[in-house]
Design a protein. Sequence first.
Length: 320
Amino acid sequence: MTVDFIQDQLQSLRKASLYRRVRSVAGEQDAILTVDGRQVLNFCSNNYLGLANHPALREAAKEAIDRYGCGSGASRLISGNMTLHEELESQIAELKGTEAALVFNSGFQANTGVIPVLVGEADVVLSDALNHASIIDGCRLSRAKIFVYRHCDMNELERGLKNSPPDSRKLIVTESLFSMDGDEAPLADIVSLAEEHGAVVMVDEAHATGIYEPHGAGLVAKLGLGDRVLVQMGTLGKALGGFGAYVAGSQGLRELLINRCRSFIFTTALPPAVMAMAIAAIDLIKKEPERRQALRDNFQLLRGGLELLGYSLGTSQSQI
Ligand SMILES: Cc1ncc(COP(=O)(O)O)c(C=O)c1O
């Protein structure tokens, strides 16, 4: 068998200046990093609130290992919910103000798994052009007809809704705080359009969880739209400093995902230490709003400085 295609592909990536390599970081994730042996200021992390190395998260992880061990054994449908799965999910549901929540091993797995549960071959998914790769892949896996609307363009979204077959199920999926441009989706308009055209809405709060008042629940909660959004997903690995993801919504949604979502069913569950870290992080984001204020102060200071230097910040309204 020839493996020339590997070298050929690497060569074309290099030629197109698209070849990537992963830098080595010594020590912890922090504001100053040692990258490939050099000290640098870190502006690229999603560790927005500095929780990735917080003593409370470290302690929670250590205690969980002592009490519950290291691994979760299998998928939850096989080896069951551990106490910490249940505790974490009730903490997330309380934070988000939803009936229920379900944790996933990553945001990527949540998006690729959840969308195919919500729509199938006979349906339509309407997706913002700047949605994350995991949403794009979730849409593809669903086999629904995909309508990509121009970034935050409500006229185009409306056109897509009007052109969808009337008897198809329609799902609008968007990030709330966009991971690349740092701007906010017009969620109130999206929800109104969905209601007008009989569609349901899924919002990815990966970069918004932990960031918005009140209590860091996300942009959906800040705008009071929780009851009008079918699915809120977010990650535990960005502002919350750890790893994993959640889906928050109704009890029925949770039950359906447990029964149908392949990326929940066919994978080993999150381990105790990771869940304990997330529980500690949720406690901190509720108790310490000053962390969010510090983030806002920092990004405003940085914005001001960059603008003075003549940089354009595009449409960003945030830390991104
Ligand atoms: C908008 C968005 N959704 C989902 C994900 C995936 O989350 P995770 O890193 O937990 O897989 C990311 C980034 O990682 C993201 O930026």
